[in-house]
Write a protein that binds this ligand. Structure first.
Ligand SMILES: Cc1ncc(COP(=O)(O)O)c(C=O)c1O
Length: 452
């Protein structure tokens, strides 16, 4: 690709841009930043003209791949028809309405009412606010606390970061009094000498104990990602979600399933809570794959039962964001879902995603690979100093960062996270690109292994 962009200009302007979750001091060094300028299909191109396999799908979100004209045209057409109107007060517009209907059809069971926001963080904040209001209306005004898990990621607003794993807010404040964190359900790191079944029993007992200690009358909800994403792609023991749901149900604690990453095809299903994990949540939150990242949009999908309570007489729904159900974002989501349905993308992922998963699992034979985990197009690789003892590398070793840089030099974007590398590519990776990805990872791991 011809060099359409002047990297120096971009990086000079970039001094004014505050990056997210970044080492702002480290970014002051020359060449610390990469400016992406174009994308097509499974690939992205930087300002120097280097093309990469987008192994992180933007940020777990570009599910249908980059540069889809159908979505771009739907956004443009919608903006020409009606650029903006709100869904405040008594106003609605056809695209937000038909998207809500579509999402309700796709969501499991009686999750038939949809509140749109513009990020996963807002979707999760909205879920908790709605539940607090719901319990207030039922006269259970003390039911406020949220049960969350160490290792979880639920967003960056004040409430959603409080529900997130404490590691993500070191040195920052958090509305901790609302949240109680349970053990991370990561058998490899937390299982100790237990079998996986015993570890599951421990996690369930811990939940029961926490409810006993805090009092069910003070707890509004439990929030969980079906597979933890930004915490390191952590898959809980088989049967975990069902077992946790049985306990929360028994104590009138609502279950929020955070499907910001897992919905819209990444695991081979439009939604995974029920179809993969056997749980009918009271609320599902989602974002990312809803528009494949072409527009910022999230959804908080609530049950008929919750809606009945919050929509009864003598009360107002005092919650709203200017861009809730934005027409252009809703049009993007409808076009995105139409592509997924027409191309049967989730069904395809059941084959290609499994192939991706198995190709990455094969890396376990490398000396420093301690665990390869995840499912389909949501994978994590954990590196260890000593496999037999699961000895972690030191923070200063920056293993994930080094392997991600080595992969980037070879044409693959992967995301470092401490001693882990995370892969969440577009869902349009074919077998050839999957082979290339796995081979690049193996070469990059070997390059860094030798240095260590
Ligand atoms: C599971 C999960 N929930 C919530 C969020 C927050 O979404 P957003 O960054 O759109 O606010 C993320 C973002 O990565 C996520 O992975």
């Amino acid at each position: 690709m011809s060099n359409l962009f002047n990297t120096d200009d971009i990086l000079t302007d970039d001094v004014h841009l505050i990056q997210s979750f970044a080492d702002l001091d480290g970014l002051k060094q020359a060449n610390a930043r990469t400016a992406m300028v174009a994308g097509k299909g499974a690939h992205v191109t930087d300002s120097e003209g280097n093309t990469y396999i987008d192994g992180i799908g933007g940020l777990w979100c570009v599910n249908v791949g980059h540069g889809r004209d159908e979505i771009i045209n739907a956004i443009t057409n919608q903006l020409q028809q009606l650029d903006y109107y709100s869904t405040f007060y008594n106003f609605t517009h056809p695209v937000a309405a038909s998207l809500a209907k579509k999402v309700a059809e796709l969501a499991p069971g009686d999750l038939n009412r949809v509140y749109f926001g513009n990020s996963g963080s807002v979707a999760n904040d909205s879920a908790v606010r709605i539940l607090h209001h719901y319990f207030n209306r039922l006269g259970q005004t003390k039911k406020k606390k949220v049960l969350a898990r160490v290792g979880a990621y639920h967003g960056s607003t004040h409430l959603s970061i409080a529900m997130t794993t404490p590691a993500y807010r070191e040195g920052w404040d958090s509305a901790e009094e609302l949240v109680h964190h349970l053990t991370c359900p990561h058998f490899y790191r937390e299982g100790g000498e237990h079998t996986e079944e015993e570890f599951l029993d421990f996690l369930v007992q811990e939940l029961k104990d926490a409810i006993h200690q805090l009092g069910a009358e003070n707890i509004a909800c439990f929030i969980a990602e079906p597979i933890m994403g930004a915490g390191g792609v952590i898959v809980a023991p088989e049967g975990y979600h069902k077992a946790m749901k049985a306990v929360t149900d028994a104590h009138d604690i609502k279950y929020i399933s955070d499907e910001v990453v897992t919905a819209f095809g990444r695991l081979g299903e439009m939604f995974t809570s029920l179809s993969v994990f056997g749980v009918q949540p009271d609320i599902i939150t989602t974002a990312k794959g809803l528009t494949s990242g072409y527009q910022p949009l999230s959804a908080t999908i609530i049950s008929d039962e919750i809606y009945e309570v919050i929509s009864g007489p003598d009360g107002l729904f005092l919650h709203g964001m200017t861009y809730s159900g934005h027409p252009a974002a809703s049009a993007a989501a409808l076009a995105n879902i139409a592509i997924m349905e027409r191309e049967q993308l989730p069904e395809q992922v059941r084959t290609t995603g499994k192939y991706f998963e198995n190709s990455l699992r094969a890396l376990i034979d490398e000396d420093i690979v301690g665990e390869v985990r995840g499912s389909h197009f949501m994978m994590g690789i954990e590196f260890v100093k000593n496999k037999a003892h699961k000895t972690p590398f030191e923070k200063e070793d920056n293993v994930g960062g080094k392997i991600a840089s080595a992969a980037q030099r070879r044409g693959l974007i992967a995301r470092p996270l401490g001693n882990n590398l995370i892969l969440s590519p577009t869902l349009v990776l074919d077998e050839a690109l999957i082979n290339e990805t796995a081979q690049t990872l193996r070469q990059s791991i070997r390059e860094v292994q030798v240095q260590l």
